[in-house]
Design a protein around this ligand. Sequence first.
Ligand code: BEZ
Ligand code: FE
Length: 304
Amino acid sequence: MTQFNDTELTAAVIKSFDQTPDPRAKFLLQELVKSLHDYVRKTDLTFEEWDYAIGFLTRTGQKCTDIRQEFILLSDVLGVSMLVDAVNHRDRDGATETTVLGPFYVGEHKVTPHGTDISASLPGERMFVQSRVTDLAGKPLAGVPVDVWHADTDGHYDSQKPSYATEGPSSRARFITDADGRFTFRTILPCSYPIPTDGPVGQMITQTNRHPMRPAHVHFLVNAEGYEPLITHVFIDGDKYIDSDVVFGVKNDLIAKVEKRSDATMPDGKRSDGVWHLMTYEFRVKPGGGMAPAPLGTKVPEHA
Ligand code: BEZ
Ligand code: FE
């Protein structure tokens, strides 16, 4: 049996993965060992700290369910999700910027007619959204499914509320672009909201004196055939947390000026009562392929 000093130990563990059949898996595992060992050496990690870390990761796993993903939340608040996004989208070529998917893409995006109020049962200031999907040259793309979802004025997504089981989705729908690449819908003006703080990740945020808030936004997933799936948000300009998003997801091009209006009719000619808000945003997608992510909690059919 060979005895190792601490640098020899790192070399030995790296070497132990030498026979990994998949070269990419081998590279990822060996780099992971290097970074983890460097961290332990740099910090002189104590047994108590190591034990705490194991306990924290255990609690993180135990908090996960079909519709709750605490590990994604951990990745988000550590900036890892946005770093993965950055290294995979280095060259946008004029395409709309991307950002985190977040843990509330849970399915139930029913195809919905243009102009529908997707938050009809919810209180809040009313908002009309007019949008369009084009290619990089500005050519409109017809027949494109666009999933949208956002939080209510208490900062909750439909899937976080007990009513989801009985009443189904709200502030969540799928629109199909028309011949001119356009789609419209009505909803409420979303608010800034905290990420879930009832688990180990939220506790870490509180204990480290970080705030848990995300600036107000609407999520969009634009899934045009022959183009890269676009996972993004549109943020509402002027939000108090726009410069300090807890998951580091804001990009300048994704901030929309939402106009306060009092016209008696909305852009689709229908009447409105009182003040409302107008969000206008155009999405440009990049040629490519790939699959849009499956919603969290979606069961893959056995025969798939
Ligand atoms: C969200 O925007 O839905 C979200 C994203 C990352 C972490 C928590 C929430
Ligand atoms: Fe969100």
